[in-house]
Unconditional design. Structure first.
Length: 722
């Protein structure tokens, strides 16, 4: 069967070629499927190939006497075929026995071709590589690699590269080997910039560092005496060298963009541009509460930033419910007071509405008193309404523009946008942030940018990925919040939980039921939520149970939300897509089904939707025990963190431990800027070195710095600057 496929592939590729080539196109060599696959993997330049490191290695450098091969060993043996036969029971298979002077080993193939039998005919001498099963009573290898014996043994381990189906390992090996010969790997580190990594003894017994060329040659073709564990855990000096260089490239790139940004101009935003009391003071006066100390502190940090003629690039982080929106609103007020426009954006329409509704309720009358308007821009707006909004924005009559990323589409012309606030910034793409920066181009300036996130970034990440970002942190919740009690319950006890819902609703409370997100399939998500909705409706007679999911038309969503907000609806079933922005203080119980499928930080955000009122609130995390008892246990262990702490920072720290940095970086991933080699959790020494070195290098060796960044990041460095 694989044969048939391999002979069909070129024909298919041929057909595709004919189909895409325009009739008049000049005759040019078309890329082969393997070449295309290389490009797809990002292996374009020689340096990309040189930095494409093996996943693991195979040791073909020696032959193990069969007698010495133990159960579980991966070995290469050499022997003569003494038997070769096809067996039909219990299933069709090819059995081949090879023998050397020390013992024998049986090779077993469940799929095979006539050519196999020919190569492994009795009397043939074979070199066979695979994992030994069994021991003294009979050694076996299942589907080993084999070829006729002969030829020299290689001196180095054989690399096995990460690859894809269209890119055969042998082709990739040749491509990498070729690239290693061609590529310029001259040092870019200044002579006085040795990274803090282990030295090694060269042939002359001199202690020195691996340079990049040595490190890479070694990692592609290590000598067989290497301790494989040090390659696996990246602690080998050659790995250390690579990690140091990678971190340096990343730090340099971020520092460059920080310095570039410092040269850009932005409007100076200071309150007091209009007559009467400044807008932010008016806003403070209508707020039904006093700011917390933390809110005041970060508010001042932001006010200082936007009063400077350099674009702000600040992340405001604070736990769910810590009151970030008010802080953003105060900045907006200063901006508007100074005579400029401000945009507030959230990733979805519902979030925009939910996050900013209160705020707009407070600001709108104050703006109206000045003859100014608030404009809304969301995806599904009617043409006429949208046109009206666009006019308000272009004329400058709307000084506050609220919405989704529809706000930064090309067709939206601001009169003078000076401050953009992005809520849940990790859900915005790099391209969107770049587009935003263009919005003030007519003035030769860039707007100030304030990003908000309830997923706090752990310190190492902030240092590493957000080196060009200033961070403000709200580390205090407003007073009077009742802590949320979190319980982990196996889903086999779902009925009990439903009983508890009944009691809550009878006591006049409201309940959220969050259905699991099935990434691969929105349709499955939906059918799941629909089924849950039906189940709950049946189990809770007399209670209004609503359903909210991402595919619903906006008006329908709004109708459901309104019923829930007005407390007519007791239970709201929803998928996560829409959940995060809901603010209903009377809701005091949240049930999250298949909680094990969520990230901890995501669960924390969800949980933050209850506990907003005075009533004691609870969050029930249902975890699945269906799959197998053990899986259930692991899931529970991971979720324990949720029950143990309500502190979003602590949860983020544990999430980082469990899931790695990807989760936190969100859109930055799309820039492929994630570290490939270094690990922020363990390579802190190298990171410290890279941070320090980056400053010195940019000042004293700018040409080397540029070469270093180009080598490591190529075209990707732009993404890091967004
Ligand atoms: P988040 O940081 O999650 O965006 P919000 O800004 O939505 O938090 O605030 C959560 C709730 O707390 C809102 O209802 C808001 O009005 C209220 N709030 C904000 N600051 C304070 C404060 N200092 N005292 C009391 N309530 C506050
Ligand atoms: Mg918020």
């Amino acid at each position: 069967m694989p044969r048939a496929r391999s002979s069909a592939a070129p024909a298919g590729a041929e057909a595709a070629r004919v189909a895409v080539a325009p009739a008049s196109a000049p005759a040019r060599a078309q890329p082969s499927p393997a070449q295309k696959a290389l490009h797809k993997l990002g292996l374009v330049r020689d340096i990309d190939l040189a930095l494409h490191l093996p996943l693991r290695y195979e040791d073909e450098t020696r032959i193990t006497p069969i007698r010495n091969a133990r159960d579980g060993d991966s070995v290469q043996i050499e022997g003569t075929v003494v038997a070769c036969e096809v067996q039909l029971r219990p299933r069709r298979q090819l059995l081949v026995t090879v023998e050397d002077e020390t013992g024998s080993c049986e090779l077993r193939f469940f799929s095979f071709y006539p050519s196999h039998q020919k190569t492994m005919a009795v009397g043939a001498r074979l070199r066979v590589r695979g994992e030994i099963k069994g021991g003294f009573w009979g050694r076996q290898m299942l589907h080993p690699a084999f070829r006729l014996a002969g030829g020299e043994l290689p001196a180095a381990l054989t690399p096995v590269y990460p690859t894809v189906a269209q890119l055969p390992q042998a082709y990739l090996r040749r491509a990498v080997a070729g690239a290693l010969l061609r590529v310029d790997l001259s040092d870019t580190l200044p002579p006085d910039a040795d990274p803090p990594v282990h030295h090694f003894h060269d042939q002359n017994g001199v202690q020195r560092l691996w340079n990049l060329r040595e490190a890479l040659s070694f990692l592609h073709h290590p000598t067989p005496d290497v301790a494989l564990a040090t390659l696996q855990d990246h602690s080998h000096p050659a790995w250390q060298r690579l990690k140091a260089e990678e971190l340096l490239a990343q730090q340099l790139s971020q520092l460059q963009s920080k310095r570039e940004r410092a040269r850009l101009r932005a409007p100076v935003l200071r309150a007091g541009g209009s007559a009467g009391a400044p807008l932010h003071e008016q806003l403070l006066a209508v707020l039904p509460f006093a700011l917390t100390g933390a809110q005041r502190r970060v508010g001042e940090e932001i006010a200082r930033d936007i009063a400077r003629p350099v674009p702000m690039h600040r992340l405001l982080q604070g736990d769910v419910g810590s009151g970030k929106t008010v802080v953003a609103a105060l900045a907006a007020a200063v901006c508007i007071d100074a005579g400029w426009q401000c945009a507030l954006m959230a990733p979805t329409e519902i979030l925009a509405e939910q996050h900013f509704a209160k705020l707009i309720g407070w600001l709108e009358p104050l703006l109206a008193a000045r003859g100014q308007r608030v404009a809304w821009l969301v995806g599904g707006q009617k043409k006429k309404e949208r046109a009206a909004m666009l006019a308000l924005i272009a004329s400058g009559e709307a000084t506050l523009v609220v919405g989704t990323h529809a706000v930064i589409q090309d067709s939206v012309q601001f009169r003078n946008l000076a401050l953009a606030v992005i809520d849940e910034q990790h859900r915005f793409g790099v391209a969107q942030r770049l587009a935003l920066r263009q919005k003030l181009a007519d003035h030769g300036m860039e707007p100030h940018l304030l990003m908000m996130s309830a997923t706090p970034i752990p310190r190492t990440l902030a240092m590493s990925y957000y080196a060009d970002l200033d961070v403000s942190t709200i580390d205090e919740l407003p007073p009077g919040r009742t802590p949320i009690v979190t319980k982990l319950i196996a889903d086999s006890r779902k009925d009990e939980v439903i009983g508890r819902i009944g009691a809550q609703v009878a006591a006049g409370r409201q309940v959220y039921w969050v259905c699991p997100l099935i990434e691969e399939s929105e349709a499955l998500d939906l059918s799941n939520a629909t089924a849950t909705h039906a189940d709950l409706s049946e189990a809770l007679p007399g209670v209004m149970v609503g359903l909210l999911h991402s595919r619903m038309p906006g008006a329908e969503k709004k109708a459901v939300m309104d019923l829930f907000k007005s407390a007519q609806m007791g239970v709201l079933v929803s998928t996560t897509v829409i959940e995060v922005g809901v603010d209903v203080p009377n809701a005091s119980l949240m049930v999250i089904e298949h909680a094990e499928r969520f990230g901890l930080s995501q669960l924390h955000q969800l949980r933050g939707r209850v506990g907003r009122g005075a009533a004691a609130s609870a969050c029930v995390l249902l975890y699945s025990t269906n799959d197998s008892g053990r899986l259930g246990e692991t899931a529970r262990d991971r979720l324990k963190a949720m029950a143990e702490t309500n502190d979003g920072f602590e949860i983020a720290r544990r999430d980082l431990e469990i899931r790695g940095p990807g989760e936190f970086l969100g859109a930055r991933q799309s820039g492929d800027a994630l570290l490939r080699f270094a690990d922020l959790a363990t390579d802190t020494l190298l990171l410290d070195w890279a941070r320090e070195q980056a400053v010195a290098m940019l000042d004293r060796h700018p040409a080397l710095a540029e070469r270093h960044v180009q080598r490591w990041l190529g075209g990707k460095s732009d993404y890091l600057k967004a």
